[in-house]
Every structure is written in structure tokens, then in C-alpha cells.
Design a binder for this molecule. Structure first.
Ligand code: CA
Length: 302
């Protein structure tokens, strides 16, 4: 049975809205939420306690960011992987595994328990199967993990770091893989959640401390919590915007849910009906607790 909980009211953060907001990430050290606007090429940081917001312009599309152990960002940019210095805003490009594929761009990504930065690609014209999922290793080499991906999106690891969950959006599924932390090897792919098309397109994803997956639904006006062991939906939270793109737990006790959304591709009439499209929302004290993010260059000890 699915429960909807009207007590869970998303509130837009008091910051300018995004065109394509994505990749929310809680910085435990600085107690702030970061996210990207992919098409504007900006990285945002918002500190709830002081209500302060800063923007780093990286001057190219940026699909996702992760945190390095030195406090700076690792990023999946239009032209490959790169470090972003949070003080100087300098971008230091590393390698581009898809230099030969100029029609592709990086989409969703996240640091993993192996200390790598996992990020996937898609064709900008959404050509099926044109993308891949890569892992930038701490030694800065790149390994292709999954190929034939159409729109690489949500990534999450189980709390015991033994299962990798992955969303290639057009498949309308969440796939699980056995995952070995040492080396980050994936094996034994199986589908654990089938998402009916009426729900919307499964997009970004996070996991809570009970092992349940939180999935953002592009075109679905919602975020939903699913059980990957039964394939069943447990709860959904409605949003006043259609394109809900990704989610991350944050806040002092990882009990606040931060959710990005997008205005990209909406008609003027649709924007009129959903003026908050592109906002980043928070659901404070949501009743569930997330897991802390991983860091680039550091094997997880959790
Ligand atoms: Ca996405």
C-alpha cells in the first residue's frame, strides 16, 4: 500500500531558480547544500543556518559534483572531469573519456564508497544507448563501468556498500548490481524496481538509513520512496512543479530532504502554471534519515 503524507510540505529555498537544477549534495563539514544548474554551468552553495547563497560559474555545462577530502569539488563537466577550487573558483580539467563524442554530455554523478567519482553521460539529442557510466579513480584514471546507457541518472549504494543501484531513465527501472568496494567492480545486474510510465521518468536518487530509495520523478510532480527489496512504492511527496530532478538528505542530522527541479523545456503556459519550476526545495525534519556522502579519494569507513 502506498501512503501519501500531506505533512511533508516542500518549501522552496530563498534563492534564484535554476534552468536545470540537479545533483544536490550535503557538505557535512560546512553544513551547506550544494547543487548544479547543468545548462547554466553554475555550482550553487546554500547555508541554511545563515541563509547565505553563493554561485560558482564554471563556464561550461556541469552535470554533477562531488566533494574531495581537501574540501574542493570534483565535477563532471561538459568537457570531461575536473576539479573546482571553491575559493578561487578555478577549474582544473582532468581527462575527458568522451573526447571523441562531442554530442554527449555528462549528467548525474556521485562519489562512491571506493573513493571514486561515478558519473554518467547521455547524448544531448537523447539518442538511445549513446552514453556510458564512468568512474574517475582517485589516481585520476577513468574506468568505464556500464555502456549502452541512454540517460545516465540516479546512483546510490546500500549502507553495507555491497549493492549499487542505478537508473538509466528510459528503461523505467532501477537496476541493482553486486558491488565490490575494493576496485568498485559491478556484477550480477538485475532489475529491482519497475516504474509504471504514469509515475513519470525516474531521475535522480538517494538512499536512506533503512535502505529505501528516494527517487525524483521528471514529469511526475513528485518524489517517492521505494523498497528495492520488494519493488513496491512506500510513500510519495507531491511537488508544485512537474520536473523533479534529484534529491539528497542534509541538515545537521541528515533528516532534511533537499530536492532540485527544472524549468527546462516548459512552455510559457506551463511556467505560468508552475512558477516555482527550477526551485530547490527542502522538506525539513522529513521523518527519515539519510546516509553521509562519500568523498573523492577516500575509501568509505562506514
Ligand atoms: Ca538527472
Amino acid at each position: 500500500m502506498m501512503n501519501s503524507n500531506s505533512a511533508l510540505q516542500p518549501r522552496p529555498l530563498p534563492v534564484p531558480s535554476c534552468v536545470l537544477g540537479e545533483g544536490p549534495l550535503w557538505d557535512m563539514a560546512q553544513q551547506l547544500i550544494c547543487w548544479v544548474d547543468i545548462v547554466k554551468g553554475t555550482v550553487h552553495q546554500y547555508t541554511p543556518a545563515s541563509n547565505s547563497h553563493t554561485v560558482i560559474a564554471v563556464n561550461q555545462m556541469v552535470g554533477a559534483i562531488g566533494l574531495c577530502t581537501n574540501g574542493h569539488f570534483i565535477a563532471a563537466l561538459q568537457n570531461g572531469f575536473g576539479f573546482i577550487d571553491r575559493s578561487s573558483h578555478q577549474v582544473n580539467m582532468l581527462q575527458d573519456p568522451e573526447q571523441a563524442l562531442p554530442g554527449n554530455r555528462f549528467n548525474d554523478g556521485k562519489c562512491g564508497p571506493d573513493g571514486g567519482f561515478w558519473a554518467g553521460t547521455m547524448a544531448q539529442d537523447e539518442a538511445p544507448g549513446a552514453g556510458s557510466l564512468y568512474c574517475l579513480q582517485p589516481d585520476l584514471s577513468v574506468i568505464k563501468k556500464i555502456e549502452g546507457v541512454s540517460i545516465s541518472n540516479g546512483i546510490a549504494w546500500s549502507s553495507d556498500n555491497r549493492i549499487f543501484y542505478y537508473i538509466d531513465t528510459p528503461t523505467q527501472t532501477v537496476a541493482a548490481y553486486d558491488y565490490e568496494m575494493a576496485g568498485g567492480r559491478l556484477s550480477n545486474r538485475r532489475v529491482v524496481i519497475h516504474v509504471p510510465v504514469e509515475e513519470g521518468f525516474p531521475d535522480g536518487m538517494t538512499i536512506d538509513n533503512e535502505g529505501m530509495l528516494w527517487i525524483a520523478f521528471w514529469g511526475g510532480w513528485k518524489l517517492a520512496r521505494w523498497n528495492p527489496h520488494t519493488g513496491k512504492k512506500l510513500l510519495e511527496i507531491g511537488f508544485p512543479v512537474s520536473q523533479v530532478s534529484s534529491c539528497a538528505f542534509g541538515g545537521k542530522d541528515l533528516q532534511d530532504l533537499f530536492v532540485t527541479t527544472a524549468a527546462e523545456g516548459l512552455t510559457p503556459e506551463e511556467i505560468h502554471r508552475q512558477p516555482l519550476a527550477g526551485s530547490v526545495f527542502v522538506i525539513e525534519h522529513c521523518g527519515f534519515t539519510g546516509l553521509p556522502p562519500f568523498y573523492f579519494g577516500e575509501m568509505a569507513g562506514r
